[in-house]
Design a protein around this ligand. Structure first.
Ligand code: ASP
Length: 406
């Protein structure tokens, strides 16, 4: 990561001085991106088979279905509580710093906003209903093919539950073949993950080179205050709120726990994808002593629906945009933003820039122009990296908290 940053910023600077041809700088950025993308693809390749096999193995391995109920209930309570706390933190910080006030619209309006979204739901009821609807796949295989993770998770959980029922209630021998198949697949996928992980440093180098050479430090200046606001709020959530919960609920040292997760957190930061990072998160959280039956349920589900960083970001970004437009939002409107931000974070996929796309839902809910997304497009990558790290950290804390009391 350090190497990518030094090389990228150096090239960017030299390009600006005319010491290096601009084409060479963009070429370096492009090569960095290609290298990073290759690594990200390797990780993404693992996600569907890994999640499906791990969830099914996790559920069937739990034996008593009531255990799933208690793990599931606690996990979801954790997801909702921490996402809500993250949003409140974001709203408080953005109201204190007020990064959008006095910002020059002309300076900010670059980049294309129109490309992002054509169709979006407008009310909270619609958003809620669509969340529920999107849980049920019309065709589980198609959902898996498209990497549509929520329905895949839902269906895998059902398979796990019904393998158990078929085995225990009906005494079907054939059902246990299905169980053994998925458990075997899980072993294979974990082995493959161990192999892919070896390339992490190269991928991280590539992505850092891309960001540093392509954007340089200047790209971030105009939106500096906004970035700073999101950063401070994320930092509070990651270093105060989550560690406090971890410490109180499990007695674990947050610093020690974070150290065990270094590779996952650095990968989350550089790839900006919780889904892509998932194999590493699972491996390291298990390495930190959380039971596999907990990680195999809490982490894949968390990577998909528990996004504290994204939730916080949605709220801050919309309030920032409102400030830029000189719109003063009252408490009720900020509450609507909070709720919509929560839903948007649940619906956002664990892939780069997913939160950005969901922004339109939140903007719609308070009647701000959706084209305003263009304002914050330039700095989305860096914020995506930060919020994804917090997303993965929160998932990992969730696993420890749920597992700690198991
Ligand atoms: N990139 C984020 C993630 O994978 C989602 C987002 O865009 O906020 O967790």
């Amino acid at each position: 990561m350090g190497l990518g940053a030094v090389l990228g910023l150096g090239l960017n600077w030299a390009g600006g001085q005319g010491m290096v041809d601009a084409d060479i700088v963009s070429m370096a950025a492009l090569i960095g991106k290609e290298i990073g993308d290759l690594f990200l693809r390797l990780l993404q390749m693992l996600v569907v088979p890994l999640i499906v096999s791990s969830l099914i193995t996790g559920v069937t391995g739990m034996g008593d279905l009531r255990t799933l109920g208690s793990i599931g209930g606690r996990a979801i309570a954790f997801y909702l509580t921490t996402s809500f706390l993250a949003i409140v933190t974001g709203i408080v910080v953005v109201n204190i710093i007020r990064p959008g006030e006095g910002a020059e619209l002309a300076l900010l309006e670059e980049g294309a906003g129109g490309v992002l979204l054509a169709e979006t739901p407008s009310s909270i009821g619609v958003v809620l209903w669509e969340q529920l609807e999107s849980l049920i796949p019309k065709n589980p295989l198609a959902a898996a093919t498209e990497g549509d993770m929520l329905p895949v998770i839902f269906f895998s959980l059902l398979i796990g539950v019904f393998i158990g029922l078929a085995e225990h209630r009906e005494g079907s021998k054939d059902a246990s073949v299905v169980r053994r198949f998925f458990s075997g697949l899980f072993d294979v996928m974990m082995q493959m993950t161990l192999f892919v992980v070896k390339f992490a440093p190269i991928g991280v180098f590539g992505f850092t080179l891309y960001a540093a050479a392509g954007k340089g430090p200047a790209a971030f200046q105009v939106l500096g205050w906004y970035v700073l606001t999101v950063f401070i709020a994320l930092l509070i959530h990651a270093t105060v709120t989550l560690p406090t919960i971890l410490k109180l609920a499990t007695g674990r040292s947050p610093i020690q726990y974070a150290k065990r997760l270094t590779t996952a957190l650095v990968t989350a930061f550089s790839t900006a994808s919780s889904n892509g990072t998932l194999p590493l998160t699972m491996q390291e959280v298990e390495g930190a002593g959380v039971k596999p039956e907990v990680t195999s349920f809490v982490l894949p589900l968390g990577a998909t629906i528990n996004m504290d960083g994204t939730a916080l970001y949605e709220a801050v970004a919309v309030l920032f945009i409102a400030q830029v437009y000189g719109v003063d939002l009252n408490l009720a409107q900020q509450a609507i933003i909070a709720l919509t931000a929560l839903l948007a974070s649940i619906g956002a996929a664990g892939i780069p820039h997913a939160g950005m796309v969901m922004m339109v839902v939140v903007l719609n809910a308070v009647g701000l122009p959706t084209s305003a997304v263009a304002l914050i497009l330039a700095v989305d990558r860096i914020l995506d990296m930060l919020r994804t790290t917090v997303n993965v950290w929160s998932d990992s804390v969730a696993a420890a908290v749920v597992g700690g009391r198991e």
